[in-house]
Design a protein around this ligand. Structure first.
Ligand code: BDP
Length: 334
């Protein structure tokens, strides 16, 4: 599909989505269909997880309720779409938790750099009371938090030079996620961050607007960013997870049993997603190596310097007592 066709389909879809359908939840052939957005392609684990939910709820509801996923960023970038979810024009959106930074301050804690020790630590936090507290904090913002999905560990990839020490970050023109906190993290590291929508990153790398970006391996691979920026340096600076949110307005339109059904399907989709994610990470690492991507480990002392450099972010973006309390509890989880 050409870019023009995609844009056209995107516009038509958004119009169809909004026209005459205020209040969302579309009814097609007697089945009420929740519309969900994702920037990733159909075979990506986040999309597959919501497809799995769709199958589950169609089965349990006797085809009265389903979910349709608008994948590949068909409806646009995830940040702006969150507003449509809050206003009830779109039912669901799977986003990086960083997209919620300015909406839900408590959720910011999960995007802080160098907070989680490893995936096990992250899962323990997300699966326990802290994870639930953050999901619950979304309700006052018009969002129902349904599930966390894995997003691996984000590291930096570059067009020309590897990142092996803190000094290599100096003046690096790097695409970052459209969040204030990302901007500060990379400012502190000495880089020159540019906030760009996900979908525009490949073009920006290809046209020298930026010389670097940062992401996890499955995204680096599915977007083909590795073709423009084949040097992957394992800075491992954040483990911000994905989150599936639903419009509170749409949620309130469901019956209680439908809500229970949806929560159950969301819970089950997490395990399915984690399996797919792990397999995907292993597979893409091998494929990327074959494609010529050069991976660089950073020495421990350099990771310590990166960690020290970004500490002011904690004071600036996670300083209120509730956030401080979460950070303390997260660190205490062994
Ligand atoms: C990917 C996330 C996606 C973000 C993207 C980004 O899955 O939700 O939009 O990173 O960097 O890993 O913007």
């Amino acid at each position: 599909m050409t870019r023009g066709t995609r844009i056209l389909i995107g516009m038509v879809t958004i119009l169809a989505l909004l026209a005459g359908n205020a209040g969302a939840i579309d009814t097609t052939d007697g089945m009420r269909t929740l519309r969900s957005a994702d920037v990733h392609p159909d075979d990506y684990p986040t999309v597959q997880a919501v497809q799995f939910m769709n199958q589950q709820i169609q089965k349990t509801s006797g085809r009265k309720l389903g979910i349709r996923v608008f994948s590949s960023g068909l409806l646009g970038d995830e940040g702006p779409l969150l507003q449509l979810v809050q206003s009830g024009e779109l039912d669901m959106n799977r986003v990086s938790i960083q997209a919620l930074d300015s909406i839900a301050p408590l959720s910011r804690v999960f995007s802080l750099p160098y907070l989680f020790r490893d995936t096990e630590h992250l899962h323990k936090v997300l699966d326990g009371p802290i994870g639930q507290e953050v999901l619950d904090s979304l309700a006052s913002k018009g969002l129902i938090g349904l599930a966390y999905y894995d997003a691996g560990i984000r590291s930096i990839y570059t067009v020309k030079k590897p990142i092996l020490k803190l000094e290599d970050m100096k003046d690096l023109n790097i695409r970052v996620q459209p969040s204030e906190m990302s901007l500060m993290v990379f400012d502190l590291l000495g880089a020159r961050p540019v906030r760009l929508p996900f979908a525009q990153t490949a073009r920006a790398l290809n046209n020298d607007l930026v010389e670097a970006a940062e992401n996890n391996l499955p995204s680096y691979s599915s977007t083909e960013h590795y073709k423009y920026a084949p040097i992957f340096s394992l800075t491992r600076h954040t483990m911000s997870p994905e989150v599936l949110v639903m419009s509170k307005i749409s949620w309130d339109k469901l019956s209680q049993s439908e809500q229970v059904m949806l929560r159950k399907a969301a819970r089950e989709s997490v395990a399915v997603m984690r399996d797919m994610w792990q397999q995907r990470e292993e597979r893409v690492e091998a494929t990327l190596k074959l494609a010529g991507v050069k991976f660089n480990e950073l020495p421990k002392e350099q990771i310590a310097r990166f960690t020290a450099a970004v500490q002011p972010v904690y004071a600036r973006y996670a300083s209120d007592p509730q956030q401080q309390n979460l950070i303390k509890r997260i660190r205490a989880i062994k």
